[in-house]
Design a protein around this ligand. Structure first.
Ligand SMILES: NC(=O)c1ccc[n+]([C@@H]2O[C@H](COP(=O)([O-])OP(=O)(O)OC[C@H]3O[C@@H](n4cnc5c(N)ncnc54)[C@H](OP(=O)(O)O)[C@@H]3O)[C@@H](O)[C@H]2O)c1
Length: 326
């Protein structure tokens, strides 16, 4: 058994430990732009010969740059790109139809819903949903369900969902998830709501597909890492105090948050996607390469409630206009 992993473990260390598991797997990940955690994740796992790396995102040039980066690391890995704008349900439906039409990729072993936006100005998606909720949660909810047949066709299928420590900023606001059309908007509360929704989605997937389809699903906090593009739209002098205030409001100071390096930030992605010893904790929230312990780690009960998870699943079906039963 390898030594227990922790916040200092790097993605490359895990990839070396999981080499036999990664080999020949088909992995689809959203959000792989240069400088992002998704980019680091795919470059890291490319070293151990997955059969397919499917790169999904909204910008063709950025996707093709990452595809080139992978090929230069390991020319034997087959790479495919997929255009998807997670903020548009129509785009999500088109992308899922494309994936389902690929006869040469009969199964997707690991689906990593990684793409997100954070702390953006109030904006509505084309379908009228607050944009952080649309991109970070509802788009991935619809995409995952629409490609589920291909995921469930894998021997040991997994779905990894990128959440955040930011889930502590807000429960899911069932009474007003759209912030009264923007009148009551707070960009951080909106981010928190979307990341709580992601954690609840992992719970529902594990419950609904864990037994009959052997699906494992995990939500992940990768650790705070200032070097990605996530908060690049905010003035650094302004975003940190706002974020700090939000953390203080929920009882935890920003100064307690450890900023991660590039090498350690994507490690929990790798752990969630491939660690062979997680099954007993199906549906759980992972951070620093371990299963979160609610007595020790910062986890809000509103994001681990089975009742909230089922309530959100039903609301999500209404919002996408389609029911999914397994
Ligand atoms: N970095 C951190 O400190 C931190 C902390 C906690 C959680 N996380 C989570 O980790 C994940 C990765 O974050 P990151 O730091 O790597 O962020 P990032 O550098 O901003 O990367 C985000 C990725 O998502 C893509 N994306 C954004 N909107 C999209 C849309 N509508 N449709 C499709 N793709 C879209 C971006 O593509 P474009 O280049 O086209 O915009 C980019 O590839 C996110 O879920 C984030 O919430 C990060």
């Amino acid at each position: 058994m390898p030594a227990p992993y922790n916040s200092q473990t790097t993605s490359d260390e895990l990839v070396a430990d999981y080499a036999n598991i990664i080999k020949d797997k088909a992995v689809l990940i959203t959000g792989v732009t240069t400088g992002s955690l998704g980019h680091l994740f795919v470059k890291s796992i490319a070293k151990e010969n997955p059969a397919w790396l499917i790169l999904a995102g909204r910008n063709a040039e950025k996707l093709s740059q990452t595809a080139k980066d992978i090929t230069s690391i390991n020319p034997d890995v087959s790479v495919r790109t997929l255009r998807i704008d997670l903020g548009s349900l129509q785009s999500v439906r088109e992308a899922a139809t494309t994936v389902n039409s690929w006869d040469d990729i009969p199964a997707i072993d690991v689906l990593v819903n990684n793409a997100a936006i954070a702390a953006t100005e109030f904006k509505l998606s084309p379908e009228g949903l607050e944009l952080q909720l649309a991109v970070n949660y509802l788009g991935p909810f619809l995409f995952t369900n629409l490609v589920m047949k291909k995921v469930a066709a894998a021997q040991e299928p997994r779905v990894v969902l990128l959440s955040s420590d930011g889930h502590r900023l807000s429960p899911f606001r069932f009474g007003d998830y759209n912030f009264d059309g923007g009148k009551m908007y707070n960009r951080w509360i909106a981010y928190g709501q979307s990341k709580t929704a992601v954690m609840l989605f992992a719970i529902s997937l594990a419950q609904k597909l864990g037994v009959n389809h052997r699906l494992q699903a995990y939500s992940v906090h990768p650790g705070a890492s200032v070097w990605t593009n996530l908060l690049g739209h905010l003035d650094p002098n302004e975003w940190a105090p706002e974020y700090r205030n939000m953390h203080i409001q929920v009882g935890n100071g920003w100064e307690e948050v450890e900023l991660k390096t590039a090498e350690t930030a994507a490690a929990t992605h790798v752990y969630a996607a491939f660690d062979p010893n997680l099954k007993a904790n199906n549906g759980s929230y992972l951070l620093d390469c371990h299963v979160a312990d609610p007595f020790v780690d910062p986890v809000k009960p509103w994001a681990t409630s089975n009742v909230e998870a089922e309530k959100l699943w039903r609301l999500s079906e209404k919002l996408v206009g389609q029911e999914f039963s397994y």
